[in-house]
Every structure is written in C-alpha cells, then in structure tokens.
Design a protein around this ligand. Sequence first.
Ligand SMILES: [Zn+2]
Ligand SMILES: [Zn+2]
Length: 273
Amino acid sequence: MILSNPHTHSDYVDGKSPARDSVEQALKLGFVSLGFSEHAYQPVIDPACGLVKDVRQKYINEIYALKAEYSPRIRIWTGLEIDRMSPDTGEGLDYFLGANHYLTAPNGDYAGVDGNPDRLEEYVRTYCGSDWIRACGEYFDGLVSCVRAKKPDIVAHFDLIVKYNRHSNWFREDEAFLRLGRMAMDKIIPLCDLIEVNTGGMARSDQPCPYPVLPLLKYWRRLGGKVIPSSDCHYSPLLDAYFPRAEEYMRQAGYDSYYILGRGDTLFEEVRL
Ligand SMILES: [Zn+2]
Ligand SMILES: [Zn+2]
C-alpha cells in the first residue's frame, strides 16, 4: 500500500479542499507522510492557476503550522508545483515539483496542455500547422528547460500532453512520440532522477493509465530513474485515487521499489514493491 502523496493541492488555487481536510484524509488512510504542492505564482501565463504572490507566505505558514500540529502522527512536507513559466525559485520550501503545463508562442500566445482541449487544438493548428508531433516536441523541450532552470526535486506528470489524447484523436503515441519522450528523459535524468507515477488524470479525466505512458516508464527504469507515486490530488476524498493501479503499473514497468516522502527528516525514503 502506498502510504504517502507528494502532490497535493488545496483551496489556495484550484483544489477543492482546505489543506487540513487532506491531512485528516491522510490520517484516515494510514499515511506516514503528506506533501503539499500548491501551484506557484505565475504572473504572465494563466495567473489564475497559481498562487497570488502575497499569499505564498500565508500558504507556507499554514502548511508548516499543520506540520507542527499533526506531528508525530504524520510528517507534513511543504512544497510547490512550479511551472516553467513561474519565476518561483523554491525558496523557503522543503521540496518542489517542476512541471510544464503550457505551449507558448513567440508572440506571447499560449495554451494549456491540460486546460481546454479545444483551445489546445486551436493552438496546435495555428502555431504548429496541426503537426502534433511538433507540438509534443515543444512540450518536452519546455519540460527539459524547466528542469534545467529550476532543478526540481521531482518532475511532475512527465507526458501531460497525452491528457486529452486518450483515443489517439490527435496523434498516435507510437515511435515518433516515444522518441521525443526518451530524448527528454535522457536530458532530464542527470539533473533530476525522480519522476512521478501520477494517477491524477485517471481520477479526473478518464486517463487509462498514470503518467507517463508505460513504454516511457520502462525506458526511465532502464536509465536508472526513480519513481514516486502521486495522485495530483485536488479533492481530499481522492487522495489515494488509483494507488493500487499505480503499484501494479510500477511493477509492470519492472520496478521493485519506489520512493515516498520521508516520515522523519530525510526528504525521500525507498519502499519495496
Ligand atoms: Zn500539474
Ligand atoms: Zn498538480
């Protein structure tokens, strides 16, 4: 049983649950640790999807207060999910996830890869000539640049661009796509060797499997990459959504262990599968 989640949102931005509700849910589930990862401040792109600048400290203070209140029953970790377009450097946190949620054009236009699918389709038509493999290349390049610039502790939802492609309606997740994903993994692994096995898309949008797709997860393992299961939780009753599936999926990829946020002072601890 997976007894931790490193990727938890709260009602500070787009989550439905106050942070305290997720801590209570974690206790009910017997979790040993829980990490909060609210979306960082992002003033230029999609500002409503990040913390308001002045609220960052309030959020951090609340999570540290919860850590003190609930210790030693559960270890609470203070983090952020920092998009490549956010200026946040991760200061004052225990850890953070690095993510790419956007395709961005030179003229400042942009589309979220996990936002409105019609808008994403329009973007790819306008800026990539409807070439989805080119769009995937831009997405992965953006993720690599985020990891290079920010040096996160965890890489979030590695291939998020497949979110609305579940019937291969836009592109086939075959060799051309996988090649781009593998190239990005080759570049990322010297900088950050821990990626999520993220079930958020299964819980919220009918994804058939966690991120990343299985061939990429297998490749990550062959590179020596580590994994940390997460539910990318936005609503506390879904804190452990599809965790049994994540365990099975990691096994399918050939893993015999994974990482969770530590129960003591060490950020990550290894758990046998
Ligand atoms: Zn995200
Ligand atoms: Zn998230």
